[in-house]
Design a protein around this ligand. Structure first.
Ligand code: ADP
Ligand code: MG
Length: 174
């Protein structure tokens, strides 16, 4: 069983993954895997982000991680052949704070909060996979987000009501 932990950068995938590992779960870090195996195909100067060869990354994971149960975390994880995806979400203004704290440029921050407002990753995952779940990390501590994720894998899920567009449409025009 392979479960994608995806979401816009800054929603908390890596932070929550550390907790899942502490609780005994296997979590594959896709960003690290891409770096270590040279699947970084270029650098987008304008966006200040690495370009990853998703096809090669996917092939590599399919070839090397065939057995066992694990999560695979990263904003590209829903592109892999996973059983389902858990998409972490975050209120765009809180996401802005989280990304500012990482020292990201305002252009990159705006691009990501707009993607979060427009449900980009959720829609991508929904188009590719049969099943997706969402966890709203906004007013939770990482431990609670991890609890929600572990709840989902044991069959407990309460779909959060997420409609950032309703509240933050104005941010799309900045
Ligand atoms: P991602 O891997 O999705 O890009 P990171 O885990 O690197 O995100 O960063 C998320 C940031 O948000 C961290 O600084 C983390 O401490 C903070 N944060 C606050 N609340 C949460 C939460 N509920 N879940 C995960 N991260 C959170
Ligand atoms: Mg991360």
């Amino acid at each position: 069983m392979m479960i994608a932990l995806s979401g816009t950068p800054g929603v908390g995938k890596t932070t929550v993954s550390e907790i899942l590992r502490d609780r005994g779960h296997n979590v594959l870090d896709l960003n690290l895997l891409a770096e270590e195996n040279d699947f970084v195909s270029g650098y987008d100067e304008k966006r200040g982000s690495k370009e990853i060869d998703v096809k090669r990354l996917k092939e590599f994971v399919m070839e090397h991680f065939t057995e066992g149960d694990f999560f695979v975390e990263g904003h590209l994880s829903h592109f892999l052949s996973v059983d389902y995806a858990i998409v972490l979400r975050c209120d765009p203004l809180i996401l802005k704070k989280r990304l500012s704290a990482k020292g990201w440029s305002s252009t990159k921050i705006m691009e990501n909060i707009q993607a979060e407002i427009l449900d980009v990753i959720k829609v991508e995952a929904f188009e590719l996979l049969d099943k997706i779940y969402e966890v709203d990390t906004t007013s939770k501590v990482p431990e609670e987000a991890a609890d929600d994720i572990l709840g989902i894998i044991s069959g407990k899920y309460e779909e959060p009501h997420i409609n950032w567009l309703e509240k933050y449409e104005y941010l799309l025009f900045e």
